[in-house]
Design a protein around this ligand. Structure first.
Ligand code: 6LW
Length: 503
């Protein structure tokens, strides 16, 4: 769901709000395509299309078949890391790392980015993470991974040739040189990397050389982008990819976070995708501001995507924006068993378990309301705001009992309970700014969980501090996902409604 437009209708950053980290972009003709990491969620690697770099519509997921995406052993913030999406010789190529067991680096390819994508082409001899693909003038394909190590690869087979050589591992003082992308631009080959770590010290640096094998000369102005040490509202900026528009202009997509609350600040939506303009001076890129209010674009804006607020589960399958935890077997998650309802059938226990049946959507607004109509006559389940197995808030109904459960680290508490009449019940979660006054210890938001009566009034059973569902507290690489789950038996959901409340 796109960010809310400015009052004057001009577009805003992030261009992909919510959990859309590690963006990789390519252009085919006048069409841009973008891919993001997806970690422990299935399907994996969401794919987006745009004609103006600002409005993005999800067209599918590159790894949307179980055989493409073994995640059963993936820990939270494990699984799918950092794709690179490229268009070469009329075909789309995507290389990505599955950090889960039985994963490793893999390549998929397609003629239509909306899919279907091929079965994974494993690259078993390719070391490391954050793989990048680029082709040189004679069609040789080079793969560069985190740490600036490069090896020749045949993307159609995954076979690598020779031993990896280190091209350039970033600045002497920065940790974690990762997210490499190699480009041929004009007379130079450019190696773009992220360094400093994906936290507040994150930054983007670049080096250039006359050959894809180097040697590479670092840009004197490195990092060409970083918000480290600033009070910019967008922090952790890094992990970038470059793209040239049909008009010759250059742009950068990158990840960033929007911390809320006092100090040290907590981000809850995950790492989001931002857009920044790029100009070239003396053969080096100069990155414009990663502004929340985007500058005027040198082309007309296309209509934004249809906002996905309500899902009545009338379709035979789920929209591509729905994500399930690690897998989505039909016997546990289906809209076919009870037409017009999503049926979730439990297999494990609570949200504390890695195999809980959970299907949700990326939370994409700093303030929002999510509601769902639940029939739990045959089991127990409900609505949850999830960071991971150890950090989530949930409102759960089982028969005629509703309770709010809070899991923070090793603490798990039933915060509130209430009897409700038999029959389907509307569960609701509202996320809003914390009440005034705000001070240095104020959290980023508050999460209210409750039930909605038949007259539409919302009764909060509990209002909880949102900082404990932030990445700074939970750790890892993801952000909040808000969705439905089954903890016992079979639970049916008639509809799911998501409403942004951002002003
Ligand atoms: C990814 C690395 C990074 O491998 O975070 O921000 C890691 N950059 O490139 C997981 O997203």
């Amino acid at each position: 769901m796109p960010p809310l437009p400015q009052p004057d209708g001009r577009p805003t950053n992030p261009v992909l709000t919510g959990l859309h980290p590690d963006p990789s972009i390519c252009r085919a003709g006048d069409d841009y395509y973008l891919a993001c990491s997806s970690f422990e969620y299935f399907p994996g690697v969401p794919l987006f299309h745009s004609r103006d770099l600002v409005h993005w519509t999800q067209i599918g997921n590159a790894l949307d078949r179980p055989e493409q995406l073994p995640l059963s052993a993936a820990w939270s913030s494990g699984g799918i890391y950092d794709p690179t999406l490229r268009h070469h010789d009329g075909r789309f190529w995507l290389i990505v790392t599955n950090c889960g067991e039985g994963g490793g680096n893999l390549i998929v390819t397609a003629t239509d980015p909306a899919g279907p994508w091929s079965d994974p082409i494993p690259a078993p001899d390719l070391p490391g993470i954050d793989p990048d693909l680029v082709w040189d003038e004679d069609g040789t394909c080079w793969c560069t991974v985190a740490g600036g190590r490069q090896v020749r690869i045949d993307p159609s087979t995954g076979r690598t040739y020779g031993t990896p050589r280190t091209l350039w591992a970033g600045g002497p003082d920065a940790k974690a040189p990762e997210a490499p992308h190699l480009y041929r631009i004009g007379a130079y080959w450019y190696l773009l990397i992220a360094e400093g770590g994906t936290e507040r010290g994150h930054g983007v640096s670049i080096a250039r050389g006359h050959s894809p094998a180097g040697p590479f000369e670092p840009c004197p102005a490195n990092p060409v982008l970083s918000h480290r040490g600033t009070d910019h509202p967008v922090q952790n900026t890094g992990h970038a990819d470059l793209v040239q528009g049909p008009d010759g202009s250059w742009w950068m997509v990158l990840l960033g976070v929007r911390p809320g609350g006092g100090t040290p600040g907590w981000h809850v939506l995950g790492r989001e995708t931002f857009l920044a303009p790029v100009t070239w001076v003396d053969g080096w890129p100069v990155v414009g501001e990663v502004a929340l209010d985007l500058p005027e674009l040198p082309w007309p804006l296309s209509p934004g995507p249809v906002e996905e607020r309500r899902d009545d589960f009338e379709l035979a399958g789920l929209r591509p924006s729905w994500i399930s935890l690690r897998d989505r077997p039909a016997e546990h998650c289906t809209t076919k068993e009870r037409p017009g309802w999503l049926t979730l059938r439990a297999r494990g226990g609570s949200l504390d378990e890695p195999d809980v049946v959970f299907t949700g959507r990326r939370r994409q607004h700093l303030s929002c309301r999510a509601r769902t109509l639940v029939d739990a006559a045959e089991g127990g389940g409900g609505l949850a705001v999830r960071l991971d197995e150890r950090h989530h808030y949930a409102i759960e109904v089982s028969g005629t009992e509703v309770r709010v459960i809070a899991r923070v680290g090793s603490l798990r508490t039933v915060v509130a309970e209430q009897a409700v009449p038999a029959g389907p019940v509307v569960l609701a979660v509202t996320v809003t700014d914390p009440p005034a006054p705000h001070g240095p210890c104020t959290g980023p938001d508050v999460v209210s969980l409750g039930v909605e009566r038949s007259d539409g009034t919302f009764t909060a059973l509990a209002t909880l501090d949102g900082r404990y569902l932030s990445t700074e507290v939970a750790g890892g690489f993801t952000g909040r996902v808000i969705g439905m789950y089954a903890a016992a038996g079979t639970v049916h959901f008639d509809w799911f409604d998501y409403e942004p409340l951002d002003s």
